[in-house]
Structures are given as C-alpha cells and as structure tokens.
Design a protein around this ligand. Structure first.
Ligand code: FUB
Length: 327
C-alpha cells in the first residue's frame, strides 16, 4: 500500500517507476509502468541504463484510497525468448482476458514485442513462449476501438532500434533519416481477435503538418521519437508521443486509427530527466495524463517516478498544453 494518489507527486515512493500505461478495468484505474532498477552500469544513447527486469501493476480505486501495488506481475526469468530490458508495457482487455504487451531484447540483442495473459487486470501474467511474430522495436500501445478491433502501435528510435528496420529486416548499422527527409513514424499493426498475433504486417504511420507535408527528421520539436499512445475523443483518434531529443509530449489527430495523422501541438513541456513517456485516460468523467519524471531521484535518468495530472480539451478538440514548471 502507498499514500493516496496526489496530482504531480510520485504515485509510489517505494520503487522507481516509469512509462505509465493507464486503463480503466473493472471500474478501477490500473497503471502498468516499467520498474526502474538502480545500478552503476553504463548510461548511453543505446539505453543501457534502463535495465528493468520485472513489472508491477498499480491500481487506484478512487482518489481517496491509497495506491495499491499488486506485486510482481511478470519477471524476465519467466520469458523464454527474452534476455534483458523489460521496457515500457501496455495492457488491454478482450475475450474475457487481460493482455500485457511488453518489449524486451531477445537472445541476439534485438528488441521484440511479447504478450502475456491473465484473468485479472492485476496479474500475474503468463507469457507466451515466443515473441509476437512480425513485431520489432519497443513501446507497444494497444488501442481497442468501439467496434472491438484492436490496433498495436509501437516503435522507438536509437536504443529502441526503430531506424534499423527501414528495409523490413534488422540492419544493425542503419541510421535514421536526416534533415529535410521525412521522419520515421511509429508502426501500427491490426491485431487478430486472439490478441496474441498480428493480422497484418506492421505499417509506418504518416505524421504530417497542417499543409499535409510530412514532418521532417530535422524537425525535432515535432518528429516522432518513441512512446506512442492512441485514444479517441469526439470521434477523432489522437496519436501522442515523445519527441525524444527535445523532451516534449506532443500529439497529432486523424479520423482513421491507421492515419495519416495531422500534427496539432504540445501536451507536456519537458520534465526533469531525459525521457518523457505517457498515457491518457478518462476516469470518473475527467481526463488524466499519466507521465514520469526524475524528480524523486533529483535527476537520475534511470530512476524515474510515475505521476499524473488532469488534462483538458479546448472546445475545438485541441489539448491544453501542460507546462511542467507550473505543476
Ligand atoms: O523505459 C525505457 C524506455 O525509456 C522506454 O521504452 C522509452 O519510451 C523511454 O521512456
């Protein structure tokens, strides 16, 4: 048990948590974060500092009750195909089953996406023996639409290896596009009804500006880096993500879950810490942004803490920018 959930304060203080994916299941708010570990190992652009080995599921019944840590929901040692780095997960519900989606490096050091199942949103989760065929890179986010069709969004640059898959196979030395070239978008795949496999090969999502021109690789304030999240509001699909090097959470909108998406603006200005990663959820009539920062560790990049804050829309459907320094 932890203290009551307080906006813009660490959700829990007994461990470091990051990359929160929040969902309402069975009337409660469930949060699926990464679990940051402390260590003295290297810190680099390859993400070696993010050494996570397990997942804990957190839940909030209401804002007057303590946050519950449901304990270890899945551990690296129980996943036959994975060697290290259980990075940002997500969860979904369908077929009377809860699904936990997660990235990890396989035994060749290549990031893949795995899935595990449970009868409870709190886990524990039983992993499938192999990664999801056709998957690669990191940061899975699953959106189940009103018609029950599920979509898997994923992908992250640099340590997340997205730029190494531009030919359709893994090219260890491949660099991403530069300057005026179109930036790489996240990937999307339609999931089969079993929620365990991809119906179609993943496709890149196009993100364009207000004139329909692709966001370019050099446009680091707007280009996709990692951490996709899709939610629906008033019939529009909102794709939000981290810009990586400029440390913003931004969003783009579309009438089609597969895109193209038109860039709209900034959701959250840079937090303390290099990474910024989020989810957006409606709970008890209000909308919330779950995010993380490194305030509890006074700026140590791999010791992060999940927080939440209220999120508001303008009448025209745009999201009001949240200024981190004012929180
Ligand atoms: O937590 C490890 C990685 O850092 C995530 O997968 C990225 O989104 C970034 O938050």
């Amino acid at each position: 048990m932890s203290a009551k959930p307080t906006p813009n304060q660490p959700l829990v203080r007994h461990m470091y948590t990051a990359d929160p994916s929040a969902h309402v299941f069975e009337g409660k708010l469930y949060i699926y974060p990464s679990h940051d570990l402390d260590h003295d190992g290297p810190s680099n652009d390859n993400g070696d500092q993010y050494k996570m080995e397990d997942y804990h599921v957190l839940s909030i019944e209401d804002f007057d009750s303590p946050v519950v840590d449901h304990g270890e929901a899945l551990h690296l040692k129980d996943i036959p195909w994975a060697s290290k780095q259980l990075w940002a997960p997500d969860a979904a519900y369908k077929n009377d089953t809860y699904y936990l989606y997660y990235p990890a490096r396989d035994h060749d050091g290549i990031f893949r996406l795995g899935v595990a199942t449970s009868q409870s949103p709190a886990g524990p989760f039983t992993p499938e023996p192999h990664w999801m065929e056709g998957s690669f890179s990191i940061d899975p986010a699953v959106f189940v639409d009103e018609d029950e069709q599920a979509y898997l969004y994923f992908g992250g640059l640099w340590g997340g290896q997205l730029e190494k898959w531009q030919t359709g196979s893994f090219e260890p030395d491949a660099a991403g596009p530069q300057g005026e070239e179109p930036a790489l978008g996240p990937q999307v795949a339609i999931l089969n009804d079993d929620m365990l496999s991809l119906r179609s090969a993943p496709k890149e999502i196009k993100i364009v500006d207000e004139n329909g021109a692709p966001i370019t690789a050099g446009d680091e304030d707007r280009r996709y880096f990692e951490g996709p999240w899709v939610h629906k509001y008033n019939g529009w699909y909102y794709l939000s993500y981290s810009t990586g090097t400029t440390h913003k959470l931004v969003y783009a909108v579309s009438r089609d879950p597969l895109g193209p998406y038109t860039f709209k603006g900034t959701i959250l200005t840079p937090v303390i810490g290099w990474t910024t990663h989020h989810s957006i959820v409606q709970f008890q009539e209000k909308w919330y942004l779950f995010y993380h920062d490194c305030s509890m560790s006074e700026g140590v990049n791999h010791k992060r803490s999940v927080k939440f804050t209220e999120l508001s829309y303008n009448e025209d459907g745009t999201i009001q920018t949240i200024v981190y320094s004012e929180l």
